[in-house]
Design a protein around this ligand. Structure first.
Ligand code: KIV
Ligand code: NA
Length: 277
């Protein structure tokens, strides 16, 4: 079993081999995705919404990210672990960005970090990479900017926006990013961007031409129903399975059919005698 590295990911594009990525936030999910052959486990700050129940990702802290990254790294043997830098952990200054990226590696045991943005974060990308920490970019729809974007809308639809995104992809490559997530952009633009850079693009709602694909695991498994974007494919309905198991348990405990004797422990006869005489 060969471990996936950022070099593996870079080489995939050269060999025209697709890259698979999904989010993971805990130990059992990391084990499952790793064993399923996922190339990259993303400890996304989407955890704020799908695991912690926040309205958006701006409430997620470094402590949240480190806590969940630790759990994921303990569950994974082969996959590359990428952890999101949360809102405001890399905007205030380059030093702080490097320090926080370092914490995700040193304390969280991630192999790389991801941050949102283009031209505004190039200095940070450069400095983090210089510290020996691989960086994945993320442009298009950047959920940490929800208050500025006004909603989770498709990006890069106008000529000016499309050209800006293309330039940002090139600049992120130049700054040393090893891959870039493209979120919610027209597939034709994603294709153009993919062809314009030598590092892999990993798409979410970015069509069929990206070098890799990523989805939020809670969407794939059917565990989060608050928002279901068009680009999501729900492969199973874990929520229903959990609901029916939980209801069965409630019913059986109330009926006193669980636990049964076979789920119970017994006192040894001689102990019974000493107690009850
Ligand atoms: O946090 C996340 O889940 C992400 C993916 C949507 C790429 O950043
Ligand atoms: Na994210």
């Amino acid at each position: 079993m060969k471990k996936i590295t950022t070099q593996t990911i870079r080489n995939r594009k050269k060999k025209n081999e697709i890259i698979t990525m999904m989010t993971a936030y805990d130990y059992p999910t990391a084990e499952i995705l790793d064993e399923a052959g996922m190339d990259i486990l993303l400890v996304g700050d989407s955890l704020g919404m799908v695991v912690l129940g926040y309205d958006d990702t701006t409430q997620v802290t470094m402590e949240d990210m480190i806590h969940h990254t630790k759990a994921v790294s303990r569950g994974s043997k082969r996959s590359l672990i990428v952890a999101d830098l949360p809102f405001l952990s890399y905007h205030v200054g380059v030093h702080e960005a490097v320090r926080n990226a370092g914490r995700l590696i040193q304390e969280g045991r991630a192999h790389a970090v991801k941050l949102e943005g283009g031209k505004d974060v190039l200095e940070q990308v450069n400095a983090i990479v210089s510290a020996g920490i691989p960086v994945m970019g993320h442009i298009g729809l950047t959920p940490q900017s929800i208050n500025q974007l006004g909603g989770y809308y498709i990006q890069g639809k106008t000529e000016a926006d499309a050209l800006r995104l293309l330039e940002e992809a090139k600049a992120l490559e130049e700054a040393g990013a090893f891959a870039i997530v493209l979120e919610c952009v027209p597939m034709e633009l994603a294709q153009y961007m993919t062809n314009a850079i030598t590092i892999p693009t990993i798409g979410i709602g970015a069509g069929i031409h990206c070098d890799g694909q990523v989805l939020v695991s809670h969407d794939v498994f059917g565990l989060y129903e608050k928002i279901t974007p068009k680009f999501v494919k729900r492969y199973t309905d874990i929520r229903n399975h959990m609901m029916s198991a939980a209801k069965d348990y409630v019913k059986q405990v109330k009926e006193r059919t669980f636990p049964s004797v076979e789920h119970s422990f017994h006192l040894q006869d001689e102990v019974m005698e000493r107690i009850y005489g």
